[in-house]
Ligand binder design. Sequence first.
Ligand code: ADP
Length: 374
Amino acid sequence: MARKTTIRNDDEEPDEPKRPTLGGDNAGAGNFEDPNQQRFDDELRPSKLEDVVGQIAVVERLKILLEATKKRKEPLGHLLLDGPPGLGKTTLATVIPRELGTELQITAGPSLGAPKDLLPYLTNASYGSVLLIDEIHRLPPTVEEFLYPAMEDFRIDITLGDGLNARTINMKLQPFTLIGATTRSGMLTAPLRDRFVNREHLDFYTTSELSTIITRNSNKLRTEIAPEAAHEIAIRSRGTPRKANNWLRWTRDFADARANGKITLEVARAALKMKGVDDAGLEEQDRRYLETIISVFSGGPAGVQAVGHTLNIPADTLEDEVEPFLLREGFIQRTPRGRMVTAKALAHLGVSQKSKSKTTKSNSDPPADQRELF
Ligand code: ADP
């Protein structure tokens, strides 16, 4: 098991189908599909478990699992990591094989269109190595079923030929660890979820944890940052390390271009203002989302599909990247009939209850396709 960690990922596969990329500043699923974002992430990713900031309970449990695995010299049990984008799922999945001194292969659900796409990853997996499948909730059912015996018995069933001549060959695999990363554990089928013996949920980070990440990373980027500036960026990073890193890069560029290279509180504020980030960490997209619910749907309830149609943004993007933070901060509520803005959102946007009900009158009858709830 004491092997050097080698990392192989989809970039090496020549004909991989790629998903369209999302906006660069988004903390979102951009990780896997936006090469720039992936490069940024890799540059600042902690390489050891002790460098991972926050997620204390998760890290403690992982330490125990890793110690037990090393002592027993057996592969780690399959692990499912879930949580909103940019919170450290890939980071933990890359740290684990490093800690174990084993190999890591990386792929993603949308790249695996058929069992044959998964086959090389499974046959290449060495004893105790880790296979990370990002966005595992997007695996097609045929690939998912192909994965079951691989996860359970470390074997795969390959069907050769078809019709009367079809025969199934059993192939033994080396025992390996599957790490599934997902932003939507609820979309995983029960049989797949049950095959993960270890499941961990990652939550948003506190401002002080994000400040620590920002300060450490500005050292890595050889940029001087004032503690108040790190705190200011942290407040506006919506609890997400990827966002904090992206804002750090932007304020660093801003400081180089418009100041003397040092990120002071004034520089951080001016840089973030230019990007349209307000003091609650809300961005243009968040404000448009809230304003749409207020003006088109009279404050809600509104179905996410309908809001997505109105904004011309996929409902998935809203659910993954916009709503988790707005929900956590109490700007919206999720009710069985759809999303509703809260008094806090109205106050933040400077919309009075009265003007909201005025809007209600003029928009009391949204078009049929926008009336769809939840
Ligand atoms: P996810 O896979 O959940 O979308 P990533 O693991 O790619 O998120 O994290 C995005 C970036 O945020 C990484 O490059 C890393 O630099 C930073 N990051 C995430 N979690 C942590 C953490 N716990 N401590 C320090 N940096 C982190």
